[in-house]
Design a protein around this ligand. Structure first.
Ligand code: FAD
Ligand code: NAI
Length: 475
């Protein structure tokens, strides 16, 4: 007789492990299957986010930023650093420790919440008598069954035809996070979120970085006033960003790899680099899941088809996170996980897609929530805009980091905040206030009338709100 569970979660990333915890909190008997292996072959819970995504990238962004500050900016504060050197092995080792702490943290949470963990690959075997049988292939082979199944199998890096990842010279996010030596020349294809974050890490550590981007607009999904400001800052730092290119053949060269491309002017060029990171988006992952065994429907891009509530075409099978439509973000996956567990319990779980924040952890950081000015224009919505530069913020001056601005967009008639866009110091933290405001459908006047601590970067948000009504106090 197979082990039976109320809820079986396939995938232990931020979507899956959070869904498992919430379901256990709600009183269900829960199992979670995850196949990720650490270097020793043991479990490494937390998915892409913990192992080769959010967590390790932020660890390296922090370390490399310290190096950049010590090398180039401490002197502005009267701090002389002599004999500065880089121990890349130690930096990567620290990142690995941070990852392991997070892996172990999820394992601890599973024990605390009495979730049964299976280390291996889960695949659909059959649907029988109102339950689904799931085959687990790992250290031990077994079939378990669940009344409800939550699929949270995540995504993989998209490959470019003719340039498969070898993680030595042609790297996905995985190899990009564990280079043993700083490459003299690093190429990146795609100036999206990974391109900018990974490009920043390796540039700070000493690589000459060139990013080739297919679109002629930089960060097309970002409010363009903010994107332009960020572009200026990245170029000033030394990131070479070529927009509007068409990438051709990619082949090994004496040095490493040669990328043939046509630039925006139509000139045929070759980029010779030691290493190449390809960061052109990610694709939903259902490898080995055997969705056909039960008739689970995927779309033409391989994502599991779900409705607004994460219900698939089959009763009691749910899917969340990167394997379904919507932004590929850890916090979106988590929110869907919580909402699905609550729906299984008969509650009214809810995810507000209009208030999901985005953050790009470069320097300056870029963060936003809601609609961009371009989107409002396209929708024909009447709006008011207010901006406030960090140059006029006392805390930013004290920090020595005055790049960027806060921009607030509000409805012309009701003053409801429709979007907030930030480029500048600690944008990742500042955006939280704006998410709360939008979730409560606040007006720009609400933010303008709230007391913000002085001196703080958050005063720039208040001033941007005042700017919507053309009455900034400090600019
Ligand atoms: P995943 O995290 O991909 O987890 C899926 C898990 O399922 C994996 O452990 C996988 O091994 C397992 N699995 C798959 N198939 C099976 C199977 N058949 N059986 C058993 N197990 C299986 N997002 C942010 O919000 N903020 C960031 O700062 C951020 N930074 C990122 C940086 C990089 C370099 C990358 C690549 C991504 C980043 N993301 C970030 C995106 C984020 O990592 C994903 O959106 C998030 O991990 C999706 O969560 P998930 O649970 O849907 O899937
Ligand atoms: P992306 O979608 O952010 O950017 C991909 C870029 O590659 C785009 O600008 C696109 O125009 C370009 N591109 C696509 N095909 C190309 C081609 N053939 N030639 C040249 N350019 C091409 O994808 P990315 O950076 O791979 O990241 C994947 C996802 O991971 C992100 O969309 C995001 O959801 C998540 N992520 C989130 C982070 C965060 O929240 N801070 C950090 C890193 C990743």
């Amino acid at each position: 007789m197979s082990k039976q569970f109320d809820v079986v979660v396939i995938g232990g990333g931020p979507g899956g492990y959070i869904a498992a915890i919430r379901a256990a909190q709600l009183g269900f008997n829960v199992a979670c299957i995850d196949e990720w292996k650490n270097a020793k072959g043991g479990p490494a819970l937390g998915g892409t986010c913990t192992n080769t995504g959010c967590i390790p990238s932020k660890a390296l962004l922090q370390s490399s930023e310290h190096y950049e500050q010590a090398g180039h900016h401490f002197a502005d504060h009267g701090i002389e650093v002599k004999g500065l050197s880089l121990d890349l092995g130690k930096m990567i080792g620290r990142k690995d420790t941070v990852v392991k702490q997070n892996n172990d943290g999820v394992l601890y949470l599973f024990k605390k919440n009495k979730i049964t963990f299976f280390h291996g690959r889960g695949s659909f075997a059959a649907a029988k008598d109102g339950v689904y049988e799931i085959r687990v292939a790992g250290a031990a082979e077994e079939v378990i069954s669940g009344k409800h199944i939550i699929v949270a199998t995540g995504s993989n890096a998209r490959t470019l035809a003719g340039a498969p990842f070898d993680e030595e010279t042609i790297l996905s996010n995985d190899g990009a996070l564990r280079m043993a030596v700083v490459p003299a020349k690093l190429g990146l294809i795609g100036s999206g979120v990974i391109g900018l974050e990974m490009g920043s890490v390796w540039r700070r550590l000493g690589a000459e970085v060139t990013v080739l981007e297919g679109l002629s607009t930089f960060l097309g999904a970002v409010d363009q006033q903010i994107a332009k400001e960020a572009h200026k800052a990245f170029v000033k730092q030394g990131l070479k960003i070529e927009l509007g290119v068409k990438v051709g053949e990619i082949k090994p060269s004496k040095k490493g790899v040669a990328v043939a491309y046509t630039n925006a002017k139509g000139e045929a060029l070759t980029l010779e680099v030691d290493k190449l990171i390809i960061s052109i988006g990610r694709v939903a992952n259902t490898i080995g899941l055997a969705p056909e065994a039960v008739g689970l429907v995927l779309d033409e891009r391989g994502a599991i088809v779900v409705d607004g509530e994460c219900k698939t075409n089959l009763p009691n099978i749910w899917a969340i996170g990167d394997v379904v439509r919507g932004p590929m973000l850890a916090h979106k996956a988590e929110e869907e996980g919580v909402a699905v567990a609550e729906r299984i319990a008969g509650q009214h779980g809810h995810v507000n897609f209009n208030t999901i924040p985005w953050v790009i952890y470069t320097n300056p950081e870029i963060a936003w929530v809601g609609q961009t000015e371009e989107e409002l224009k396209a929708a024909g919505r009447a709006y008011k805009a207010g901006t406030f530069p960090f140059l006029a913020n006392g805390r930013a001056r004290a920090l020595g980091d005055t790049t960027g601005m806060v921009k607030m967009l509000a409805d012309a008639a009701t003053d409801e905040i429709l979007g907030v866009h930030i480029v500048g110091p600690m944008a990742s933290e500042l955006i939280a206030e704006c998410v709360v405001a939008m979730e409560f459908r606040a007006s720009s006047e609400d933010i303008a009338r709230i007391c913000h601590a002085h001196p703080s970067l958050s005063e720039a948000t208040k001033e941007a709100a005042l700017a919507v009504d053309k009455r900034t106090l400090n600019f």
